[in-house]
Design a protein around this ligand. Structure first.
Ligand code: CO
Length: 202
């Protein structure tokens, strides 16, 4: 059943009352500041609230989401989130999390998206071209798109690794930061950790 607008506000009141009942200082602590260990870069898809899938609380995930979880070095919004997460919040892990059934991925593959969205997801078409041989061997189209979703995540992790904000932290060698690529399988609810080919732990 979809929620009506006003139900969101009444849900909020109920949730606050429940939280206060189990932990009287919860909101006092929450309002005093954040010290998240994780930066989550994910797809804007409404099915991708990673805190629900990882059972994390407000204050634990710093978040940047866009269509098809892109690491874009020309996106000031993304770069400022990354800078703040790394240099001010000192997150220890950066997680790029895509998902199977990502419309951004399949539309980029089929060349269907136009306008701003088409422009935004065009780097995924290039990933599809680079891995054409591997993808062509997968007959089932859904499985082929699943693999492209994984390749998209891996490519974003690679791009992330090369950004100077990350390279500077790794070069300083004083703090540790780990980069991770995840895929969420919405049909099972389970997260799959992807093997990255980077030396990303210091
Ligand atoms: Co998506």
């Amino acid at each position: 059943m979809p929620y009506l607008y006003h139900q969101l506000i009444s849900n909020n009141k109920n949730w606050v009352a429940q939280k206060k009942q189990t932990d009287t200082t919860y909101f006092k602590r929450l309002s005093s500041g954040q010290k998240p260990l994780f930066l989550y870069i994910g797809c804007s898809d409404s099915r991708m609230p990673l805190d629900t899938f990882t059972q994390t609380e407000p204050g634990e995930l710093f978040v940047h989401r866009n269509i098809a979880n892109q690491v874009s070095i020309t996106d000031l919004n993304f770069l400022s989130v990354l800078d703040y997460a790394v240099n001010y919040l000192h997150v220890k892990h950066i997680i790029v999390c895509g998902h199977y059934g990502c419309a951004g991925v399949s539309e980029a593959y089929q060349g269907q998206a136009t306008g701003l969205v088409g422009n935004w997801i065009s780097p995924i078409s290039e990933i599809a071209s680079a891995y054409k041989d591997e993808l062509d061997q997968i007959d089932d189209m859904q499985e082929r798109m699943n693999r492209l979703s994984e390749l998209n995540v891996l490519e974003q992790v690679r791009k992330l690794f090369k950004i100077n904000i990350i390279q500077q932290v790794l070069a300083e060698n004083q703090t540790s930061i780990e980069l991770h690529g995840w895929i969420l399988d919405l049909s099972s609810g389970l997260i799959k950790e992807l093997e990255t080919d980077l030396k990303h732990e210091f």
